[in-house]
Every structure is written in structure tokens, then in C-alpha cells.
Write a new protein. Structure first.
Length: 426
């Protein structure tokens, strides 16, 4: 009952802007992210501490399908929503056969797929989401959503930021626009040809529309089975791929979920109002769900950070919630999954009714994702270089310039609330 009461409070504070969306968005997503091999008892642990969803990273090899079904059942029994997360271009996906590969502006064939080839999206989204829906229907529980992870881990074309110049894409483009004399242009010279003939932006816009059509076709088919199925992706960049993905996956009734990693992983916040304006400007139905890397913040700061994300966006997700199953004294301090405090303190902090989340958040630095350098308003500590205040300064940081409380001059300092150390992303 206490958890339900707090859910109502969060909905009211957020202004009810998501009132026409699925119930979990009205309540704000509070999800733990974990792998399919994590013991399914973790679902009940999350539910007991105020979480309402699991984002389960799935390995779609045959031996894991039974574990996927077990996770769906565990979430149903615990009364929390079950989301499945699948890689889009991980090592296993790049080893798949049956789809066309992309070609870059230099004419080199890439490991990533040509996204205009529907066969690829069938493999990584349609077939996998259908497998999860099949398991849910067979066992009698519900799949709330499917999240794509498009990270490509350092290979050429990472995050699908490049346009494709394969023979198929090129032939379809010049045919649609009835361009003569371009059929013999070599793959490595096509971007140069487009630039010289002032057609590069035309090609980019055409590619973005084509990608959107592929993504939308898959999403529409899946929603014929489950109309309120939520879909989304990790990461966001203002690229043709990401814009096309959001427009293709999101609808007004079931908006696309943008699972942010940077800057929210280590304490930054997402400006939900500005992001909503941006999504509207590109014609996308999307909402933000900020990620937090457990252990990058101390429990008291982690609680306030999660609370602020719930107020400003559609919720938050924790990477990696299975870290809370580890003994903090036995993990290496240099490990990315090391907790600086006992797991019990984090569990207590994440409860929606805990003290830190109900504390006034006026002193928490509000950050925006719209700039390369994130400027924060630090109203909680004085500036050592300010002539109006001479108290000791917090730790220095080159990454997060802040403003002095007295005269609002820029300085390079952390906030006194224990802003998180920088760390590798996951």
C-alpha cells in the first residue's frame, strides 16, 4: 500500500503529462536492468523495494529461451512489468547470416547491416519480440516491452551513425529521383558525387525515410499482436538512424522509450521538457527513461538522482541491478560493479518512500543533455574563488563546470552533494 501511495505522488508531481499513456508510464518506470542468467528471485527483490519493472537483457540462443520464460513468470508473480532487451549489432548479431551488409563512404563493406534490408530487422526485432510474445502467451503472462541496444562496441559504423552506400541503396535512390548518369559511380566515390552535385542532404533525408519505413513496418506487425507493446532503444544521438528509429517505433498510444546512458549514468539529468520539444520537432512520439549506474553515486545521492529523473522524465532504470546481489566487501574496488557502500543501503535508498527521495531537491544540480559540456547550477556550496564566500571547496572536476551561488561565475568544481566520479559506460 505504501508503494502505491508513492506512485500516485510521483504522477501528480510530474503534472500528469503522460496520462493517456500505458499505466507504467503514468506511474513512472522504475526498472532494474539485469541479464537473463540472473537468478529469477531478483524480480521479487526489486518489487519488494519499490521497483515496478525489469529490463532483462536476453541472449537469444536456444539454451536461454527457457530462462527467458522463467523470468516472465517471475515478474508476473512479483507484480512488476517484464521488458526484454536485445542487442541490435552485437557479436552474435554480426555473425548472423541472411542479410545485406552496409557499405561506407569509402566503399568498404562493414560488419553492420544495411538497415534498409528488412531481413535484418526481422532477425533482431521481429523474430525476437515474437519469441518473447510467444513465451508470454504460452505461460499466461504479459510482455510489457522490447528494447533494442544498438551499440556496436567500437567497430566501424558504431551506433549506425553512417549512411549506407551499397549497390542496392544507390540503385534505388537514383531510380526514385530519376537521376541519369550516376549508375556507374563506384561505391567509394558516391558520397563525393552527392556532395559535388548538391544531393547529399537529399540522399540523407531519403535514407532516413527508408529506415523509418522498415522500423515502422516491424513495429506495426508486433502491435497487431499487442497494441500497447512499448518499444525503444538505448542511447540517443541526433542522427538519421536514431530519428528514424524513434519515429518508426513510437506511436502516440505507445511512445518509444529512450533509455539514456550518458549523461545520466553518473549523475546527470535529462531535461524532459526540452527533450519533449525536440521529439515533437522531428515528428517522433518518444519519452525519456534515464539510466543510473549503481555504485557511481553514494546511496543518498543515488536516491535523489532517481527521484529527480522520475519527476522530469518517464522514469529511470538501474545498471546493473544484479550488482545489489553482490557482497560489496568482496568485489575489487577497481571493478566497474563495485559498490562503495553495502547493498542494503542502496536498497533502502531506492524505496520510493525513503527519506532521501522525499527530501527537498533544490540543491541537486540540474543538468541538461543539450550541450557537450554540461553546466550545472550548484546552489549547495560556496566557491573558493568568490570574494563573497571563503569556505573550503569540493573536489575539482574538469568535466562539469558549475556556477557560484553568490555571483554566478563559472568555476570547475563538483557539487557538495558528492557528485559522482566519472567512469566507463556499460
Amino acid at each position: 500500500m505504501r508503494r502505491l501511495a508513492c506512485v500516485v505522488v510521483l504522477g501528480v508531481l510530474a503534472g500528469g503529462s503522460l496520462s493517456c499513456q500505458p499505466e507504467i508510464l503514468e506511474q513512472r518506470i522504475r526498472a532494474g536492468y539485469c541479464g537473463v542468467a540472473t537468478p529469477v528471485e531478483h524480480a521479487q527483490d526489486l518489487a519488494d523495494h519499490g521497483f515496478n519493472a525489469v529490463w532483462m537483457k536476453m541472449n537469444f540462443e536456444d539454451q536461454y529461451l527457457d530462462e527467458m520464460a522463467a523470468w516472465g513468470g517471475a515478474c508476473d508473480e512479483a507484480g512488476i512489468a517484464w521488458f526484454v532487451v536485445g542487442n541490435m549489432t552485437g557479436g552474435a548479431e554480426r555473425a548472423l547470416q541472411g542479410y545485406r551488409h552496409a557499405v561506407d563512404e569509402q566503399g568498404a563493406t562493414l560488419e553492420i547491416a544495411c538497415l534498409r534490408d528488412p531481413a535484418f530487422m526481422d532477425l533482431v526485432l521481429r523474430d525476437r519480440a515474437n519469441a518473447a510474445l510467444d513465451a508470454a502467451e504460452r505461460e499466461g503472462y504479459e510482455l510489457a516491452g522490447f528494447i533494442l541496444d544498438p551499440e556496436t562496441y567500437g567497430i566501424r559504423g558504431s551506433y549506425h551513425r553512417l549512411l549506407c552506400y551499397c549497390d542496392t541503396c544507390w540503385a534505388d535512390f537514383i531510380r526514385e529521383y530519376e537521376i541519369e548518369g550516376a549508375g556507374d559511380v563506384a561505391a567509394g566515390a558516391r558520397m563525393i558525387w552527392l556532395t559535388r552535385n548538391q544531393r547529399y542532404l537529399q540522399y540523407q533525408a531519403w535514407m532516413e525515410r527508408e529506415w523509418e519505413a522498415v522500423f515502422a513496418a516491424v513495429a506495426d506487425d508486433l502491435r497487431e499482436r499487442k497494441p500497447d507493446l512499448l518499444m525503444g532503444n538505448f542511447h540517443y544521438m541526433d542522427t538519421p538512424f536514431h530519428r528514424a528509429l524513434l519515429r518508426g517505433l513510437g506511436t502516440e498510444a505507445a511512445p518509444a522509450l529512450v533509455g539514456w546512458e550518458s549523461p545520466s549514468y553518473t549523475g546527470g539529468l535529462i531535461d524532459g521538457e526540452k527533450q519533449a520539444e525536440y521529439y515533437a520537432s522531428i515528428g517522433a512520439h518518444a519519452v525519456d527513461v534515464g539510466g543510473q549506474w549503481i555504485g557511481k553515486l553514494l546511496p543518498e545521492a543515488a536516491a535523489i538522482h532517481a527521484y529527480q529523473m522520475a519527476l522530469n522524465t518517464a522514469g529511470y532504470w538501474l545498471f546493473n541491478s544484479s550488482t545489489l546481489m553482490l557482497n560489496w566487501q568482496e568485489t575489487e574496488p577497481t571493478s566497474p560493479y563495485h559498490l562503495p557502500r553495502p547493498a542494503e543501503e542502496y536498497w533502502a535508498a531506492y524505496r520510493p518512500t525513503s527519506g532521501p527521495t522525499r527530501r527537498s531537491t533544490a540543491s541537486w544540480p540540474i543538468q541538461t543533455t543539450r550541450r557537450r559540456l554540461t553546466w550545472t547550477w550548484d546552489l549547495s556550496s560556496p566557491c573558493p574563488r568568490c570574494r563573497h564566500c571563503r569556505r573550503p571547496s569540493p573536489r575539482a572536476s574538469r568535466r562539469t563546470p558549475t556556477w557560484c551561488r553568490c555571483i554566478l561565475r563559472p568555476r570547475s568544481r563538483r557539487s557538495s552533494m558528492g557528485a559522482p566520479p566519472s567512469g566507463a559506460r556499460g
